[in-house]
Unconditional design. Structure first.
Length: 132
């Protein structure tokens, strides 16, 4: 049975803390399967089915496929998509369900292959504000 992915709002994913250095991330996870720099200048490190994004040499977000079994701030969640829908202040924008309060965005552009992005505080605020 797969273990839960542990998310601490605006702080960490599976114990990897936002703000940690790129070097520390690689020391903890080993060499990535792939690396790339995206169009916004972020450095992306791909490990299996996760992508860690670093900006200015520090971890700012992580994206991974929705495979169920999550723990958010110590609470077990069966469906992040449904859980986000029940939160106050969650917004749906261009096929993303976003909780700025919890630092979680659910990408449902492809309903059969949803993905989740967890991010540090303030990272998506301007995007949400400009899309409203």
């Amino acid at each position: 049975m797969n273990r839960s992915i542990r998310i601490q709002s605006h702080q960490s994913i599976d114990g990897l803390h936002f703000g940690m250095t790129l070097r520390d991330l690689i020391e903890q996870l080993g060499e990535p399967d792939q690396t790339a720099q995206n169009y916004t200048g972020e450095f992306e490190l791909a490990y299996d089915d996760r992508i860690y994004r670093c900006l200015a040499g520090r971890l700012v977000e992580c994206t991974f496929p929705d495979r169920g079994r999550f723990s958010v701030d110590g609470v077990e969640i069966l469906s992040v998509f449904d859980w986000l829908a029940g939160l106050p202040n969650t917004v749906d924008l261009v096929k993303f369900r976003i909780s700025l309060e919890h630092g979680i965005a659910y990408d449902y552009r492809d309903p059969d292959h949803g993905s989740i992005t967890v991010f540090e505080h303030g990272r998506w605020d301007d995007l949400v504000a400009s899309a409203r």
